[in-house]
Design a protein around this ligand. Structure first.
Ligand SMILES: C[S@@+](CC[C@H](N)C(=O)[O-])C[C@H]1O[C@@H](n2cnc3c(N)ncnc32)[C@H](O)[C@@H]1O
Length: 349
């Protein structure tokens, strides 16, 4: 058990189970100080070797790829099985900080699922106690996060509250009834999480190319935003995307197809080696055939962070050779599996 610390002493990142080593590697790479790593199922704890709140504060602002969400840890408590509330209230009493809200969270694992109902019920008691003490104030900028790796242990943590934050870092998106595949949620999540001002960047009348489009889940997202889409795949488009007037299905190899005119958007979900996809994306953008792209990199079993870094570095280098700068944001989304999703643009806005 650690005592409560007004200044956070560690950063806790939530990640997809099985990707803890990649998340840990990224934290160590991005942090501006040496730190110790502890891995649990679906989470990674990074503790600077010497107390370094400034480094932690910059780490929480970093746009991490393998962390779904990260929080700054003030205390880690072991809880008994009877009265879990008293030690938490005692710790918060020492902290004496106001928060805009309080979230009880748990890892995205099978064991974590059983914690969700515990957190829901226990959350009512915690909210009542914290409100009574005046620790919850809508005007606060920090949100209090109580993360339970198990029922008898809690991390007391906080993060600057952002509109795009989701409980446990998991966006709850509704599957559209007429979308042809669940993959549609991947592109929906990517647009929500990675693209600033999406309503300005996806507009009626724009054109997009979807490489590896079948059966049409990603195409569906573009069509719903008013785009005309060249859907490239040798496989069949299905359901609402089979004969849609905004969709032209092209049975071709995604590595060979090029449109007659430049397009606003290129999206790509082909199951291929990540480095081949990175080369393809770089060619499209360097030649000006598209200015904005969202693509998936399907990852190998090992050294995934290294592979991602190589792919992004390759694209940056090719664009630099072409005299272009790019801006990217990459993330392993909740709807991603053994893959990450990247939004990359050469546009200045
Ligand atoms: C994961 S699925 C795409 C799912 C799609 N994004 C959706 O939301 O429905 C991958 C697709 O890539 C296609 N594909 C793989 N290699 C390709 C290539 N070289 N050219 C065109 N399509 C390819 C496959 O036929 C398959 O339909």
């Amino acid at each position: 058990m650690t005592a409560i610390a007004a200044q956070p002493f560690a950063l806790l990142a939530y990640c997809r189970a099985g990707f803890e080593p990649d998340c840990a590697e990224e934290l160590q790479d991005v942090a501006s100080c040496d730190g110790q790593i502890e891995k649990g199922a679906g989470w990674v704890l990074f503790t600077p070797k010497k107390a370094n709140p400034r480094a932690l504060n910059s780490l929480i602002q970093a746009k991490l790829i393998f962390a779904r969400q990260s929080v700054l840890v003030h205390a880690r408590l072991e809880l008994g099985s009877r009265d879990r509330l008293t030690p938490i209230v005692a710790a918060l009493n020492e902290l004496q900080q106001e928060f805009c809200d309080i979230w009880l969270e748990y890892p995205d694992t099978n064991e974590g699922k059983s914690l969700s109902s515990f957190c829901r019920k226990f959350g009512d008691y915690v909210l009542k106690a914290t409100s009574e003490h005046g620790w919850i104030d809508n005007l606060g900028e920090q949100r209090l996060h109580l993360f339970f790796p198990q029922q008898n242990e809690v991390f007391i943590a906080s993060r600057p509250a952002k509109e795009m934050d989701w409980l446990c870092g998991i966006p709850r998106l509704r599957m559209p009834v007429d979308a042809p595949s669940r993959s549609t949620l991947k592109l929906h999540e990517a647009i929500l999480m990675l693209v600033d001002e999406p309503e300005r960047k996806f507009r009626e009348g724009m054109t997009g190319v979807d490489l590896g489009a079948a059966p049409g889940g990603w195409t569906y997202q573009l069509v719903m935003r008013g785009l005309k889409v060249f859907a490239v795949d040798n496989g069949p488009m299905k359901g609402s995307m089979e004969r849609h007037h905004q969709v032209k299905h092209i049975r071709d190899d995604g590595f060979k197809f090029r449109p007659k005119n430049p397009v606003e958007w290129l999206v790509c979900d082909m199951v291929e080696q990540p480095i081949r996809v990175a080369e393809l994306i770089a060619k499209w953008l360097a030649s000006g055939m598209a200015r904005r792209t969202i693509f998936n990199l399907k990852l190998p079993m090992k050294k995934r962070y290294l592979e991602v870094s190589k792919c992004l570095a390759l694209i940056e280098a090719k664009l630099e050779q072409a005299g272009m700068q790019c801006h990217w944001r990459a993330k392993q989304l909740y709807h991603d599996r053994e893959e990450i999703t990247v939004y990359l643009t050469t546009a200045r806005d």
